[in-house]
Write a protein that binds this ligand. Structure first.
Ligand SMILES: Cc1ncc(C[n+]2csc(CCOP(=O)(O)OP(=O)(O)O)c2C)c(N)n1
Ligand SMILES: [Mg+2]
Length: 359
């Protein structure tokens, strides 16, 4: 196993309107860890070692830039692609791998769909698969925070496809009427699985939909970490000042498949992907760091090695961890087990005792 150093965590919040220069390197290194996790998890899934994975390559700057702009007391309502947001929130990569392997350390006890993690300690709500449901939840939580005079914001992450959901309308309308402290962060990656952005809506931009709900909508280059940060910082300041919500459309591109269950070659051309890769957010930030005298090729190679080593350590540990205890399957259903649950538990005990149910 490699003994390479662990990449540093990027500090969040408590900063000005501009991305703090002294955090650029740590933000870049978080993006490398996210990219390296994608590379590794895609092959783990193909090898049958994990069941499912949702890659985020191409969306690292949008995710890291937005998450660094938040304060730790804020609440994150993700969709299912926000792995880099979780890392910035301080979620250990190992905890994410534990969920992907559904081992005995997995905080969702192996019951949740892979890649649908949530972390209470980091105010990172469990991922939402039904498109758009997290939008209304983020608005409700923001409303509650305001009633309690909690000076926080909530942020809902969703995609271009989610702007066609019922919950998008319900959430943004309610947020506009009640001026809730909510940041609507749309990562427009051009595709909702196989449905292209131009088939989603006739609106020239997604951001301008905010106007019909009575609050600002802004378009931002989602490949530009510092631009994303500034937009979210601004939206957060408005939110906690009682000025209401903001819709941010971060324009990005999904480089890989929608998920490991998808083959994007069936609906989009290699040429389109290659064109988008010319503005790879990882390369753009590398150029920025090199220009600032903070990075050279040798150090970049070392940081990549350290990112891949962190992923390797997390995979090795998660894969080697004990499995979920089958006797936990019936926990957490009711505070007091019902007679039927008690009967099912003793049947389960019998199966485990007879070796018919192995972890
Ligand atoms: C209510 C609902 N309808 C359909 C689906 C199937 N589905 C899963 S992901 C997805 C596309 C969502 O696209 P977008 O909002 O752009 O997010 P992205 O996956 O691009 O990040 C769809 C249609 C679902 N999960 N929930
Ligand atoms: Mg999309």
């Amino acid at each position: 196993m490699s003994t390479a150093a662990t990449p540093p965590k990027v500090p969040t919040g408590s900063s000005g309107d501009q991305f703090p220069t002294d955090r650029l390197a740590a933000a870049y290194r978080t993006m490398l860890v996210a990219r390296a996790t994608d590379e590794r998890c895609l092959s783990l899934q193909r090898q049958g070692r994990i069941g499912f994975y949702v890659p985020l390559s191409g969306q690292e700057a949008a995710q890291v830039g937005s998450a660094v702009a938040l304060e730790s007391a804020d609440w994150v309502f993700p969709a299912y692609r926000e792995l880099a947001v979780a890392l910035v929130r301080g979620v250990p990569l190992g905890a994410i791998l534990d969920q992907l392997f559904a081992n005995g350390r997995d905080r969702t006890k192996g019951r949740q769909m892979p890649n649908h993690f949530g972390f209470r300690d980091q105010n990172f709500v469990v991922a939402s698969s039904p498109i758009g449901t997290q939008i209304t939840q983020a608005v409700g939580a923001a409303m509650a925070a305001r009633r309690r005079r909690d000076p926080i914001a909530t942020i809902a992450y969703f995609g271009d496809g989610a702007t066609s959901s019922n919950d998008f309308h319900a959430g943004l309308n309610f947020a506009g009427v009640y001026r809730t402290p909510t940041i609507f962060f749309c990562q427009n990656n051009g595709w909702a699985i196989s449905l292209p952005r131009e088939r989603q809506t006739r609106s020239p931009t997604l951001a301008e939909k905010a106007a019909s709900y009575g609050f600002p909508g802004v378009v931002v280059d989602g490949n530009d970490l510092e631009a994303v940060y500034a937009a979210v910082r601004d939206a957060r300041a408005r939110a906690v000042a009682g000025e209401g919500p903001t819709l941010i459309e971060a324009q990005v591109y999904r480089f890989g498949a929608h998920s490991t269950s998808d083959d994007p070659r069936r609906y989009r051309s290699d040429a389109q992907v290659e064109a988008a890769r010319k503005r790879d957010p990882v390369h753009l930030l590398k150029d920025r760091l090199v220009a600032a005298g903070l990075l050279d090729d040798a150090r970049d190679a070392q940081w990549w090695e350290e990112a891949r080593a962190e992923v390797a350590r997390a995979v090795e540990s998660a894969e080697g961890a004990p499995p979920v205890d089958p006797m936990s399957f019936l926990d957490d259903v009711f505070a007091e087990p019902t007679p039927r649950l008690r009967a099912e538990r003793s049947a389960l005990e019998g199966l485990v005792r007879d070796g018919l149910l192995k972890p």
